[in-house]
Every structure is written in C-alpha cells, then in structure tokens.
Design a protein around this ligand. Structure first.
Ligand SMILES: [Zn+2]
Length: 306
C-alpha cells in the first residue's frame, strides 16, 4: 500500500513537473517523459498484476492438459474388468437382515435380492427342523440371476433350533406350522409332534415371519418340507400355480393329509395377503444339486410368469 501510494505520488509529481514545464516543449518531452513515467509507474505500481495475469493463463492451460490426458488411461483399466465379473457370477444382495431370534437365541436371517419394491417372492427353506433339504434350494437362489422386477426374499431357515437338534419343533417343542395366528387352535402338548404352542404366534420364530410378511406382502411364497415327495392339491389360482410348479419340477400333485391343519403358515398368509399365493412343497427324502437347481428355477419361473 505504502509503496504503491509512494509510486503514485511520484507519478503525479512527475506529471505535474511535465505539465508545469508546459507549452509545446512539453510535447516532445512529454512523450518520452510520459513513457518513462508510465514505465516507471508500471515498474513500481502495476508490474505485479500485469506480470501475474499474463503469465499464469498459459501456465495453467499447459498444466491442465497433462492431468486430463493422464486420468483416462488410469480410470479405464479398472472399470473394464469390474462390470464383467460381478453381474454374471454373483448378482448383488440388496440386503441381509436378522429378522428375529430363535428360543435359543440363534439368528433368523432374511436375504433380499433382485429389485427392491418389485413383485415380492418369499422362499422359506426350512420350518420343520428335521426337514431341511429346501435350504439347498435357497442356497441356489442366493446366486441365480433374479428376473427383472422380482423382489426376492430368502429365509434359509425359520427354525434354526429345530435344525440344530434335528427335530421337527422349536426349542419350546412347538410345531411352528401350527403356531400361526390365522385359525390357530390349542393342539396337543409339549412332546406331541403337532403341539401348537400356548397361543397364536406365541413363538419368536413365528413372530419373525409374521413381521416379515407384514412388511413385504409376498405375491408368492414357497415353503419347503419333506419328505412326502409331492405338491399339495390346490384350488383356484393357487391350484394353477401349484400344478405349474409340479410340472416344472416333476413332482406329482397329490393331497397332503394326515395332520390337523390349524394355525398353518399358508393358511395365515392366505388371509393376510389375499392376492398372494403361498403353498408348500414336500420334497423327497434327499435333494441333490441338480434337484435344488430345478426347484430354484421353478421358483424363478413362477415368480416372473405366475
Ligand atoms: Zn413339514
């Protein structure tokens, strides 16, 4: 500031001197004098701005180009291999959540795949602990490509305690497929294979599924059991879809009988989501990899066409 002010003052003084020198003589003198003045003024006051504004722009222009040209080659290589691998081999998992815990504290997990908010399809690999072959179907569905628009929900097992002990019931000895709130009735007592529990949805495992179904309202639900090797006979749209599933998997359609069917999961879902279809698949005593793949494909076919 001070230096600039001093500079200006000296310019003014010089100009004053020139004009006081006045008249015509000022012209020739003024020329060089003015140039000199301007030059000296520029040297004192303006040099910094002039020099900096002129020089940086070419410098900037030259420095901007190299990074831009240098960036693409580094960005391109990583992008090329990335998209090719994941979509084909491992389609993404949207989310995995613990929807509840069993009586003995084991987590009950639900995995969401496909299109969130699309047509919800739910697959329960195991409800009766000693009938867990359907978990192989869920395993296959964990990596199969999910058709567009399908919001696929997978619950490998809703009865991890029964599975751990290889028994039908949960750790309260309740048959979870008699414990659902729709049409629940007291049935049996602890130790009986169809013991219905102390009340509708008295078991934490049942509550976990009730909450999940409330949340996602599936259009299609498949429940895996063993080992009657059949698809139950159904009526209306449900019957149609069950027959289609039977065709796709080669399982016969035949009535499932012999139990007291109060408080079953499918009964509850039919009441809870009237527009949806929920049915059970009775697998045989064993299910190999090819069988699991066939069932998984049948689920996905029905999901997109059903
Ligand atoms: Zn069963």
């Amino acid at each position: 500031m001070t230096r600039r002010a001093t500079g200006l003052i000296s310019v003014l003084l010089l100009l004053a001197a020139c004009s006081s020198g006045g008249g015509r003589g000022a012209d020739p003198a003024a020329g060089p004098a003015t140039t000199a003045t301007t030059a000296s003024a520029a040297a004192v006051a303006t040099p910094a701005p002039v020099a900096t504004t002129a020089a940086p722009s070419p410098t900037l222009a030259t420095t901007t180009i190299p990074p831009t040209t240098a960036l693409p080659p580094t960005t391109a290589p990583p992008t090329t291999p990335a998209p090719t691998a994941p979509p084909t081999t491992t389609p993404p998992i949207v989310q995995q959540q613990v929807i509840g815990h069993s009586v003995e504290g084991r987590p009950i997990t639900a995995i969401e795949r496909g299109t969130p908010g699309g047509t919800a399809v739910l697959v329960i690999g195991c409800i009766h602990g000693d009938e867990d072959a359907g978990m192989a179907v869920v395993d296959t569905l964990m990596t199969d490509a999910v058709p567009d628009g399908i919001d696929l929900w997978l619950v490998p097992s809703m009865n991890p305690d029964g599975q751990a002990h290889q028994v039908r019931s949960n750790a309260h000895q309740v048959d979870l497929n008699r414990n659902f709130p729709q049409g629940w009735a007291p049935l049996g007592q602890p130790g009986d294979s169809q013991y219905a529990g102390t009340g509708p949805a008295s078991e934490p495992e049942t509550k976990a599924i009730v909450d999940l179904v409330d949340q996602i309202r599936p259009s299609l639900t498949v429940w895996y059991h063993q080992d009657l090797n059949r698809i139950d006979v159904g009526t209306g749209r449900a019957g149609q879809i069950q027959r289609r599933y039977a065709e796709l998997t080669g399982l016969p359609v035949a009535p499932v009988t012999g139990g007291t069917y109060t408080g079953t999961a499918t009964q509850w879902e039919a009441a809870k989501v009237p527009k949806g279809v929920a049915f059970i698949v009775e697998l045989g005593p064993t299910l190999d990899g090819a069988g699991a793949a066939t069932h998984a494909e049948a689920v996905l076919t029905l999901a997109s066409t059903g």
